[in-house]
Ligand binder design. Structure first.
Ligand SMILES: Nc1nc2c(ncn2[C@@H]2O[C@H](COP(=O)(O)OP(=O)(O)OP(=O)(O)O)[C@@H](O)[C@H]2O)c(=O)[nH]1
Ligand SMILES: [Mg+2]
Length: 340
């Protein structure tokens, strides 16, 4: 495609080549890192090819960061908490990348900017890289390219990577396949959520923090802590060596934030000592392999000319009960494999 159709003065910046992108990322050029993330998020086939080359090269250079998933209901205080935790992390001499997943399904248009504004202090620090990504309707609110973005950030040398996701069920399960530690943030007085959907999230949490434990909320937060501790005791252990703790935190007063960071550091030390850190990385690579493969297969399938040709007809036959969904799927699968 040519850009000749563009009005003068609107010529696009020339796209950097793979060498330039990778060199920039490894050299700590944040602008290049940002552009690489945009590249891997692109759906265009020519971008995807280039993105794979960049990812391949970056994987060879990646460092062993500490990957933390921070999840919780909308408004639980995740971004504000990350801002406070980020300060402590940077103070301890480490650099930090924050990937904030913004479920675009939510009404609040421009909430990406909102998130960035909420992490204002952090975004002004040279040790921090903040990247809000839209999940563009992906189920569960997790960006489909989060794992790839982690790979790029590790090549750029960030010591700690935090992924913020809104806990709506599916996203934490997915984030669990790419991070080392999951912190669940709960609002004071949210103990009643324990019965429902939050139970599944609790099962994958490595620690829980009751947020906004300040001012008038302190009493109710302390009560919630007891409730969550009791609930955790009823759940099977995620790791035999790890006792999941509940912390009372406030991003306003910094209460409990250092303790949470120490807890995360203890966990990482523990799994390193046990040789589990490397094992986790291998598991994470494995789930990335199959996720990418699944995506490729789906795309190949649904763009296959024969499948595209037959799909509507098969669907019609299924709806009019001429064909069962099973036979219908089989017909399409046969059309897909026959011409391979
Ligand atoms: N009192 C008090 N308020 C807080 C604290 N942390 C966050 N808040 C407030 O809670 C609101 C939501 O905070 P956010 O950090 O944006 O919450 P979030 O979980 O990132 O929200 P989403 O990304 O929209 O799901 C904001 O108005 C914050 O000012 C805290 O420690 N104490
Ligand atoms: Mg947020």
């Amino acid at each position: 495609m040519s850009s000749s159709g563009m009005p003068p003065g609107n010529t696009r910046r020339s796209e950097p080549d793979v060498d330039t992108i990778v060199g920039g990322i490894l050299g700590g050029d944040r602008l290049m890192l940002s552009r690489a993330i945009t590249l891997i998020e692109s759906q265009k086939p020519e971008h995807q090819q280039k993105a794979h080359e960049v990812l391949d090269r970056c994987l060879k250079h990646k460092t062993d960061s500490i990957r933390i998933g921070i999840t919780g209901s909308p408004g639980a205080g995740k971004s504000t908490f990350i801002e406070a935790l980020g300060e402590i992390i940077i103070r301890s001499g480490l650099s930090l990348a924050v990937l904030a997943i913004d479920p675009s399904s939510r009404q609040t248009r421009g909430s990406i900017l909102g998130d960035k504004a909420r992490m204002e202090k952090l975004s002004g620090r040279k040790e921090a890289f903040i990247r809000p990504t839209a999940s563009s309707g992906h189920l569960g609110g997790l960006s489909p390219k989060t794992h790839e973005t982690i790979v790029l950030c590790e090549a750029a040398g960030y010591d700690v990577i935090i992924v913020e996701t809104v806990g709506v069920g599916q996203s934490e399960v997915e984030v669990d396949t790419m991070v080392d530690f999951i912190l669940l943030l709960m609002l004071p007085g949210s103990g009643d959520e324990l019965q429902g959907i939050k139970r599944g999230i609790m099962e994958i949490a490595d620690a829980i923090a009751i947020t906004k434990s300040d001012g008038a909320q302190e009493g109710i937060a302390a009560l919630s802590k007891t409730e969550f501790e009791a609930a955790l005791r009823m759940l099977p252990a995620k790791y035999p060596f790890w006792h999941r703790q509940v912390f009372l935190t406030s991003a306003l007063t910094e209460k409990g934030i250092t303790e949470v960071w120490e807890n995360i550091s203890d966990f990482i030390r523990e799994i390193r000592n046990k040789g589990m850190f490397e094992e986790k990385r291998r598991e994470q690579l494995k789930s990335l392999l199959y996720r990418v493969l699944e995506e490729m297969l789906k795309k190949e399938f649904f763009t296959h000319p024969e499948v595209t040709r037959l799909k509507e007809d098969v669907e019609h036959q299924v709806l009019s009960a001429e064909l069962s969904p099973f036979s219908g799927a089989e017909t399409l699968m046969k059309a897909f494999t026959r011409l391979r």
